[in-house]
Design a protein around this ligand. Sequence first.
Ligand code: FES
Ligand code: FES
Length: 153
Amino acid sequence: GALWDAYSNKVAARMDNPKYLGTLSQEDADAKGAKLIIADYGAESCGDAVRLYWLIDPKTDRIIDAKFKSFGCGTAIASSDMMVELCLGKTVDEAIKITNIDVEKALRDDPETPAVPGQKMHCSVMAYDVIKKAASLYKGVDMASFEDEIIVC
Ligand code: FES
Ligand code: FES
């Protein structure tokens, strides 16, 4: 049917087999001399929630490992998985600049065709809001300080 065909192969593949699903522990952080950040974010409108784990090298502010857990729909899982991939190797300040549009575009099979049906575009917003939550925890600032970059769905 039409909706079945409205998802990209990349979204379908990551729903079935997320690459970055998992957790990171304080032991993982200690082994790498990194700081562990665990950030939760939820979408009030649909009840879905995501938890993002970052290991950050405190000398460079670079995200050296990342995982996620999700109580989310398939699109939220695929979006969170791509979001984690886009965060990896970036500094926290670079990661803050990742938008839900970046996540959705990275999930497209072909640059002109949306990766998910329009009704599911909001699912990528949660995946990117949780980056701001994680960055606020690392920097010890309120999430509202990144207000310009937060889209509430
Ligand atoms: Fe809730 Fe997709 S329907 S995140
Ligand atoms: Fe699902 Fe907004 S309603 S992320």
